[in-house]
Ligand binder design. Sequence first.
Ligand SMILES: Cc1ncc(COP(=O)(O)O)c(C=O)c1O
Length: 474
Amino acid sequence: MIKYVFSTFQTTQLATKAKDILDDAHIGCELIPKPIGLGAGCGIALKYKEVDNIKVSSLVRTKSINISGTYSFPYPEKKERQKKMGKRIYLDHNATTPTHPLVLEAMLPYYRDTFGNASSVHAFGREARGAIEQAREKIAAFIEAAPEEIVFTSGGTESDNFAIKGIVGAWEKKGKHIITSSIEHHAVLNVCKKLEKKGFKVTYLPVDKFGLINPIDIKKAITDETILITVMHANNEIGTIEPISEIAKIAKEKGIPFHTDAVQSVGKIPVSVTRLNVDLLSLSAHKFYGPKGVGALYIRKGTKIDPLIVGGHHEKNRRAGTENVPGIIGLAKACEVVSLHMRKESENLKALRDKLEKGLKEKIDNVYLNGHPTERLPNTLNLSFEFIEGESIVLNLDLEGIAVSTGSACTSGSLEPSHVLKAMGIDPAVIQGSLRFSLGRDNSEEDIKRVIEVLPGIISRLREMSPLHKMKGK
Ligand SMILES: Cc1ncc(COP(=O)(O)O)c(C=O)c1O
């Protein structure tokens, strides 16, 4: 075993910054959960070869980063650790899903054989065009839309940008007010923030302790100036499902365009634009076993909207750019595959998810559920483990071959607590210890058992090191 140095830092953010510095200097290093027995600093250690010790200290100090402690001892190589780990368990399906084998199979001919540009008039082009139009029909049928109401995009972020900026462009003469929620994905929130800088007024609606929006608040927020309401269908961090059709009814009565970001709900629960009664809906293939970098925006017939991307006459002048034919084929196949199994699969996932929650709560104390107990995506479980940092849990689970994510997003400079959990009124100290498990079609009972077996030990080790835990006399 090679001898390594382990440096500890006061926060995860500082450790991450130090890693960036070493990466730039081409010094091989790894962020790992802090091995037991290492003194002060957060639950993460930066590990590098002993020979680089002096260079590392001087490099990080030039950027004003203090190392809390340095320790040197032999440590197993990554490969040895991975061997010990055995099968890897993926519980981060809200971040992305593996491409379904049938999706991949359907896409391959469009890289290999039917590679034509769908705008070309020759046979190669016509074949590609035919395939796109068939795909459009399948995707439209999946969400109960008409084919001409589907515009292909590069994914959820573009669809959200398109919906908001497109409506604003076409409606700004009528007014400059937008209504959204405080728990939207950044693909919506950051567009709204940019618009505020351009003189638009944005109302960010509050949510209750379960992350639910009250439609009455929407009614109250509407003014003569309101030109768009955008509220997500299901939240990516906690899985709470919003009362979209009730909000749509209010928007319809007032004649205000209504967009929903359904990136997390499409493929997990039935989504029908007819039943939801929305004017615009964003979806993204990679969230339901399709390829990355392709999605769609549903635009109800007759909705006045400007294009986001201009250039050629693609997508009936609504979205310029040569179509991503294999991606679009993959998106359609993903719709077909999930629609065949959605009901049964979501029942299975819900049962596994609830087993996970019960098993963890039985073995660990001071654990809280974030999100609605019932109005929630069947695959999503967000828990807060008090007194510790979610980031440390993620790294420790990763060492065991288990992939999850935190409910909190890192922003540069500080460990920002999740805006979603903050909006729900959760104590910032409790937010730091939040973890999102998002299950998918390949997860099994064994996976859940393994998490229930491994996680309690990690939590108690981290709590032993936690000053907060000690302060509360636990
Ligand atoms: C609710 C929500 N909206 C939008 C996006 C962005 O989608 P994409 O990754 O396809 O750009 C995500 C992705 O995490 C999401 O969860």
